[in-house]
Structures are given as C-alpha cells and as structure tokens.
Design a protein around this ligand. Sequence first.
Ligand code: C5P
Length: 235
Amino acid sequence: MSRDSQAALAVPVIAVDGPSGSGKGTLARALADQLGWHLLDSGALYRIVGAMCVRRGVDFSQAGQQPKQERAVAALAAGLDIRFTGAAVWVDERDLTDEIRTEDAGANASKVAHLPAVRDAVLDLQRSFRRPPGLVADGRDMGTVVFTDAALKIFLDASAEERAQRRYKQLKNKGLSVSLRGLLAQIQDRDARDRGRAVAPLKPADDAIVVDSTSMSIEAVLELVLTEARHRGLC
Ligand code: C5P
C-alpha cells in the first residue's frame, strides 16, 4: 500500500446511506458543515454519468444485457472531468448543477448505476474525496462498498409515502406542477431497482445504525448522529 493511501485511511469517514428522499443529502451536508469536513455526494456522480450519456448520445437502454453498451458507458464515466464547487457541479467545464437534479436525471442515474463496470469506473474518484480532516460520504453503498472502514455508518430510511410527500413539497416550492401519485410511483420504481440490483444493492451495512426519519425532523436526526459521532471521538 502506498504512503498516500495509508494516509488516506487515517482520515475518518462518516457514511450516510439510504433511499432517495430519506433526508440523507440534507443530513450529510449539515454534518459536513458542522464538523468542517469534506462532502461526497456520490449520487451526483451517477447523475452526471447518466446526463452525459444523454448529451453524447451514448445508448444505455440495453446496457444490462449488452456488454458493449456497458463498456461504452464505463469508458465515458472514466473520462469525465468532474469538479464540485460548493453546491455547483462542473463537468468538462460545463455547469450541470440544474440538469442533474431533475426526476429524469435521477431515473437515468439509477439505470447506469446498476452496471458493475460503471461502479468500478467511479470507485477511485469517490475514494479520492477522503481528505483531512474528514469526509461525510452520502450515497447507497458508502458503508457497504466504498468506505467499509467508515468510523460511523448511518442508514437513513423513511416510508416511500413520506419521501414522495417531501419531494412533492420541494418541487411545489420551486413552482413546478407535479403529481404526488406520479412521484410515489417513481420513488417506488427507483427503490426497487436500487435495492434489487446484483452489485452494491441499497441495504444497511451490518454495522450501520438504522434511523427511520419518517416522523423525525432533520434537526432531530442531526442531533442523534452528532451524539453518535461524539461517542466515537469524531468531534
Ligand atoms: O442520491 P441520488 O438520488 O442523487 O442518487 C441517484 C441514483 O444514483 C440512485 O437512485 C442510485 O441508483 C444511484 N446511486 C448509487 N450509489 C450511490 C449513490 C447513488 O447507485 N452511492
């Protein structure tokens, strides 16, 4: 093992995994702010890969069955120049911040994310975010695959109905007209794909603390996680 990778391993990680709409993105950002640590939004990486496939006309509709399509998506993923500046996301010098946040981009992310070659292609990139003084890593497999040695693993869940409600309110507040029933169907569809896939399925790590946020405020969840972090000497 190189000296660089040994040094990286000494940097503590808090892994925050869970389904979309569970509040893990908000929790991860609040934790990173509070602790002064780096933040990895791993879902953004899969969203970027999906969006860039659409932009470049790389077909992934049959990639699960056609190795040639899977290889093309993985090659695209490996060649991207991705930069995060605050909440903004830059890809090959283009601002993709808004483009990757649509419901379609989420669905496409989930379709490219079930391809093993794509997950391999973004593994080192994800681990490169592990820098002092620490990293909060938000995703689906942070605790089970990418950072198995994380000092604290949180699996944040909430009922699909509650998650659809939260998303509905978010989109309404942005002035977008959406159907609650449609959002619930999309969430259930994405859940089924994320939980049922062969590689890195969405599930809590054996040593994760599972938190059901259905009837909890984000403040209460943050306090619970900070208490756990204090117990482990992370802050
Ligand atoms: O978290 P977010 O909704 O941005 O993630 C978009 C999609 O990317 C998820 O539905 C999931 O399929 C995929 N993903 C993943 N592994 C991660 C993060 C996200 O497979 N670590």
